[in-house]
Write a protein that binds this ligand. Structure first.
Ligand code: SAM
Length: 262
């Protein structure tokens, strides 16, 4: 089960429809401001997204996600947010970090991804402490300084306004807390960037074509080209108001994680 906190409905209706969510003083209904084609893309690939991740990274994405979660320094009892949660990998890892008295919100604008995440909660090793929320990363439906830690995995590259997404993450993060933002690394090294593009052309797209999704995965190459380098991500984080920002290259430089403290 997941909750849609984004439709323009009044708070009393939401209290009726979603009693489990309504008690949050953080709740504020918003409308999704996004690129519809990206939303459609993530809805389309939802049924095969997890299989493809495992196949294409040879399972390595699980290690990178563990690293991203450990950089948040989330601990037992914390209230944490996984922005652009997709099918929920980072949310499940966070669930185990914050344990039964903690709380995890997994937020995404793709209904289909949230349905997959929600159904995985029954078969994945995690606590019963996760809520799936349909919402926009560019207008998070939470109060200021609401979360003890935030993750975002492969989301920042996909949002239409990266600065706004960073501003929103900062806004809902408590002072002193950490956001950990995992994504492809847009490398300045010619060898690394050529290798990434070679992988996409020769492995990712052909494998995705088996699932009838080659066009969807071609988008990956341009999204990495248009993404920010580690240094640019650090600069953006500091510009929007984070007090510290450090970008770590992982996975042999193919991936990167921006760790920024409020
Ligand atoms: C590549 S997936 C990553 C999913 C997951 N975090 C992971 O690491 O496996 C990117 C996700 O970002 C979501 N997304 C993109 N833009 C968004 C936005 N503006 N608001 C909420 N979710 C968004 C997509 O629906 C998609 O599920």
């Amino acid at each position: 089960m997941y909750f849609n906190l984004t439709r323009e409905s009044c708070e009393c209706c939401v209290a009726e429809m979603f009693p489990a969510v309504a008690p949050y003083p953080s709740y504020r209904p918003t409308s999704i401001r996004c690129s519809n084609d990206r939303q459609a893309l993530f809805n389309r690939i939802a049924p095969v997204y997890d299989n493809l991740n495992d196949l294409l990274s040879l399972g390595q994405h699980r290690i990178w996600k563990r690293m991203a979660v450990s950089w948040t320094e989330a601990k037992k009892g914390d209230r944490v947010l996984d922005v652009c949660c997709g099918s929920g990998d980072l949310s499940f890892l966070l669930s185990n970090k914050v344990a039964s008295n903690g709380k995890v919100i997994g937020l995404d604008f793709s209904k289909e991804q949230l349905m997959v995440a929600s159904s995985r909660s029954f078969s994945t090793n995690c606590f019963n402490n996760i809520e799936w929320v349909e919402g926009d990363a560019l207008d998070l439906p939470f109060s200021d300084a609401w979360f003890d830690a935030i993750t975002m995995g492969y989301g920042l590259r996909n949002v239409v306004d990266k600065r706004k997404a960073m501003q929103e993450i900062l806004r809902v993060l408590k002072p002193g807390s950490t956001a950990s933002i995992l994504d492809f690394n847009k490398s300045n090294e010619l060898l690394t960037s050529s290798f990434t593009e070679w992988m996409i052309d020769n492995i990712v797209v052909p494998v995705a074509s088996v699932y009838g999704l080659s066009d969807d995965y071609k988008y990956l190459k341009s999204s990495i080209r248009e993404f920010l380098t580690g240094k640019e991500l650090e600069k953006l984080a500091l510009e929007v108001g984070f007090s510290t920002a450090r970008h770590y290259e992982i996975g042999g430089g193919l991936m990167g994680c921006l760790v920024a403290k409020h």
